[in-house]
Every structure is written in structure tokens, then in C-alpha cells.
Design a protein around this ligand. Structure first.
Ligand code: ADP
Length: 236
């Protein structure tokens, strides 16, 4: 694992205001994300994991603090620059795939490729996720695991430096979940991407280079895993 910092979060916070009620979803958070690492963010439901991931991905902006991506100060970026960051540099994989239902697998991937300047070839990516044969199928004609593979292809076709996965195995059965984790590992090795996985499944932490534990909107601890395990060797 390199110790070159890809992204630096300094004293980040996020407060949601709903009428009179303020929810402090994230408090005083400091985190350096290293280039090419596999970072797993663990914590119970409501602990702030998705909030943190959405801030890292530029889907949302923090209420306070600074976020640095390379030399770019994201927290000072205008809408245009933040959109560009989210499009070019970040790939997102969600629990429920979020595919466009009336586009085929190949069209879902091609649509994402159109957003960026230098995408990978759609065909190569569909082969990488072993869906080339099923490229003409609509999401409703694919299993959950296959839909998640389309979603992963859609994220990586942009050749993003940062691949952000929010409960990527949350809706999948055990074997399919493991195969999706294997795919994420393979893709990371092939493209030298930095991968962040948010999950409440503590077993997945065994795969990580580092594990961030969240509790009540804060990082409760960061552990370095000297011997990350392949997904085939973890159980839950
Ligand atoms: P986790 O991903 O660990 O389940 P979240 O980051 O989704 O946790 O949520 C952290 C807290 O912030 C929760 O109390 C949640 O209800 C609240 N929250 C998250 N998103 C919003 C939002 N858009 N508006 C209001 N409250 C939110």
C-alpha cells in the first residue's frame, strides 16, 4: 500500500437541518485516503458512513472543514468544478445498483462513458465483468449479482481514480456477494484504483488495507491490516 495521499479530509462536518431539528451526521472528521488503498468503512446503521462517502464523492458538500483532492481544494470548488470532479474522478456503486431500467446493460455503461473525456472501451469493461454475452439485456432480465456487475462496469468505464462502494453486497446472497467483492479486488489490481467500501458487515474489513470504524458520526478508530485476506477466505 502506498502512503501517497490521494485525498485529505480535515475537520469535516455535516449537519442536516430538517425544520427545527439539526442532525449532526458527521462531526470533526480527519482522514487521509492513500492512493491505491482498499479502505473499508465499518459502523452500525446511522453512524455516518454514507454521509462520509457522499462527501468524499462530491455528491454532497460538508458543512465545515476542508477536503483536498491532490492539489484541488474541493471545499472551495464551484459547482462546475465539483461536477467535473464527480464525473471524471469518482465511480459510485450503490447497494441497489441504480441502473436505468429501460436501457440495456451495454447502454447503461455507454451512457456513463459519454460523461468523461477518456473512458475505457465499453466492450472491454463488459468483458471484465463477464457480461459481454448479456450486454443486450435490460436490468429486469438480470439477476441481482449481474445488475451489480453492470453497476460496477458503469463506474469503472470512466476510469476513475476513486471507486466508492456503498454496501455493494448488501442486497446480494452470500456467494454472489463474495463474487462481487472478488470483482472489486480484480478491478482494483487491474486499474490501480483506490477503492472505498462502506458496509455494516464487519467480516469485509478483513479484505481491507485499512479499516475505519464509525460511531455516532465520528471516526472511532483506524486500523491498519497488515495481511488483507482475499474475499474467498472471509466468512460471514
Ligand atoms: P449510515 O450510512 O452509517 O447508516 P448515514 O450517513 O446514512 O449513516 O446517516 C447518519 C445520520 O444522518 C443518521 O442519523 C441519518 O438519519 C442522518 N441523515 C443522513 N442523511 C440525511 C439527510 N439527507 N437529511 C437528514 N438527515 C440525514
Amino acid at each position: 500500500m502506498s502512503h501517497e495521499v490521494l485525498m485529505s479530509l480535515k475537520n469535516i462536518s455535516k449537519t442536516y437541518t430538517m425544520g427545527e431539528v439539526k442532525v449532526e451526521a458527521l462531526k470533526a472528521t480527519f482522514l487521509d485516503i492513500y492512493r491505491e488503498e482498499l479502505l473499508v468503512i465499518l459502523g452500525p446503521s446511522g453512524s455516518g458512513k454514507s454521509t462520509l462517502l457522499n462527501l468524499i464523492g462530491g455528491i454532497d458538500r460538508p458543512s465545515g472543514g476542508q477536503m483536498l483532492f491532490g492539489s484541488q481544494l474541493l471545499t472551495k470548488a464551484g459547482e462546475k468544478d465539483l461536477t467535473r470532479y464527480r464525473r471524471q474522478d469518482v465511480g459510485f456503486v450503490f447497494q441497489f445498483y441504480n441502473l436505468i431500467p429501460d436501457l440495456t446493460a451495454a447502454e447503461n455503461v455507454a451512457l456513463a462513458a459519454e460523461l468523461v473525456d477518456n473512458p475505457l472501451a465499453v466492450e472491454d469493461v463488459l468483458r471484465d465483468v463477464e457480461l459481454w454475452e448479456r450486454r443486450g439485456h435490460f436490468p429486469s432480465q438480470l439477476s441481482g449479482g449481474e445488475q451489480q456487475r453492470v453497476a460496477i462496469a458503469r463506474a469503472i468505464v470512466k476510469a476513475p481514480g476513486l471507486l466508492l462502494c456503498d454496501e455493494p453486497t448488501g442486497a446480494l446472497d452470500y456467494e454472489t456477494g463474495k463474487s462481487v467483492l472478488r470483482l472489486l479486488c480484480d478491478i482494483r489490481a487491474k486499474h490501480a484504483s483506490t477503492v472505498i467500501i462502506v458496509t455494516h458487515n464487519t467480516a469485509i474489513g478483513a479484505m481491507a488495507d485499512r479499516i475505519v470504524r464509525m460511531r455516532s458520526g465520528q471516526i472511532a478508530g483506524i486500523a491498519v491490516n497488515e495481511e488483507p485476506l482475499p474475499p474467498e477466505r472471509i466468512d460471514w
